[in-house]
Design a protein around this ligand. Structure first.
Ligand SMILES: [Zn+2]
Length: 150
């Protein structure tokens, strides 16, 4: 009986620890969540480095990056190269910035304890999906419904 009591209190404790916010993540393993968080932070660092290579932070807008205009020289050929490089950087910056936004949103959801909850139906997103795509904020069903309607 003592053993059973310990088992039950252990389960209760586990459930309690798994509910940091309004949403209960009792099915989401803490270890998996930690792993996902680590991956997200590593990705974030990488993207920020890539962003710094093509842009500099805007002093006035915290989250925005300004693409650096390259300076190869003053000859017409150099100028053409600069414009080409600039538009490539612009495109790269756009992709990087939106990935960064997704990652920050996912990290926010981890902090708030709402990570792994589909933003459309409120159900838990499959762990396997989250491990492959940690920034996912919608479950497979909602995502495919959305893709069909658009
Ligand atoms: Zn859903």
């Amino acid at each position: 009986m003592v053993y059973l009591g310990m088992l039950i209190s252990g389960l209760l404790l586990k459930q309690f620890l798994g509910c940091p916010g309004n949403f209960c993540l009792k099915n989401m393993d803490k270890k998996i969540l930690e792993q996902i968080k680590k991956d997200l932070l590593a990705q974030k660092k990488k993207i920020e480095e890539d962003l710094n290579a093509v842009s500099h932070k805007d002093e006035y807008e915290k989250e925005e990056h300004k693409v650096t205009f390259p300076d190869f020289g003053d000859k017409p050929d150099d100028n053409a190269l600069e414009v080409g490089e600039y538009s490539t950087n612009l495109a790269t910056e756009k992709i990087l910035e939106s990935s960064l936004r997704d990652i920050n949103n996912a990290l926010n959801r981890i902090e708030k304890g709402t990570y792994g909850i589909c933003k459309y139906c409120g159900k838990e997103i499959d762990e396997k999906r989250l491990l492959i795509r940690p920034v996912a904020s919608a479950c497979v069903e909602c995502k495919s419904k959305l893709q069909k309607s658009s």
